[in-house]
Ligand binder design. Structure first.
Ligand SMILES: O=P(O)(O)OC[C@H]1O[C@H](OP(=O)(O)OP(=O)(O)O)[C@H](O)[C@@H]1O
Ligand SMILES: O=c1cc[nH]c(=O)[nH]1
Length: 221
């Protein structure tokens, strides 16, 4: 989800809506923001942990790791998780092409938090759409996402993949691993490990959707 504040397009994940609602004055162009409270706002600090160059370098390294671990990319397909995982998967495919001169198919999964109000269940991510223009049968499917946190989104993504075919194996590539897993899920390719507290929030912004490449961390309380 995205919203516009002034002339700035600001991306909002489900968990980020609250932050953006209260932080309209601390816009994303500021790399490090320490500021005093204004009426109706929490005190929020934001710090950049990856800039455009660092994101680029991390993706190039991940592309090399994918090629090395899989001894090429002949059986590899990439599946990005909406929203930013899709753009990251496409960037990885571009880098792999420039290194190996091989095309890697890119698919998409849209996993969104599902609220079952009637049963009063807690929110769980579930598949609401997919674009898989290739067979995943007997392939090495690499799921690509921007942030790995509890692991529940990845679990839903793996369920979705297993429903449509039988991949040889599933691997996981994430730009940021921030810890706090609630399921036994471990990424195979990591752009950057970022130890966090549960009160912190990682925001990944990508040029394709946000107008700039940056990863920031901020306190939410
Ligand atoms: O490991 P988890 O606890 O499941 O959290 C990670 C997910 O949270 C974010 O997505 P979000 O649902 O906020 O949507 P977005 O990608 O569209 O911003 C992120 O992009 C991951 O997909
Ligand atoms: O900090 C977090 C946690 C989950 N998803 C995000 O995008 N950021």
């Amino acid at each position: 989800m995205s919203m516009t504040i002034g002339n700035t397009a600001v991306s909002c994940s489900k968990r980020q809506d609250f932050f953006y609602a209260v932080s309209k004055k601390s816009l994303i162009n500021d790399q490090t923001i320490g500021r005093s409270k204004t009426a109706g706002e929490e005190l929020l600090e934001e710090k950049e942990i990856l800039d455009e160059k660092a994101i680029g370098r991390a993706l190039t390294r991940l592309a090399h790791e994918v090629i090395e671990r899989n001894e090429g990319v002949d059986s590899v397909v990439l599946v990005g998780i909406k929203t930013r995982g899709i753009y990251l998967a496409k960037r990885l495919a571009d880098r792999i092409k420039s290194i190996e001169n091989k095309d890697v198919a890119v698919g998409e999964l849209d996993i969104t938090l599902y609220r079952d109000d009637l049963k009063q269940k807690t929110d769980e991510p579930e598949l609401i759409g997919s674009i898989l223009p290739m067979s995943i049968e007997s392939k090495t499917v690499i799921l690509v996402d921007d942030v790995l946190y509890t692991g529940r989104t990845i679990r839903a993504a793996m369920d979705a993949l297993m429903d449509v075919g039988r991949p040889q194996r599933i691997q996981l590539a994430v730009l940021i691993d921030r810890g706090h897993r609630e399921l036994p899920i471990r990424p195979d390719y990591i752009g950057k490990n970022v130890p966090t507290s549960k009160e912190e929030q990682i925001a990944v912004q990508l040029t394709e959707i946000d107008g700039m490449d940056t990863v920031t961390i901020r306190a939410t309380s």
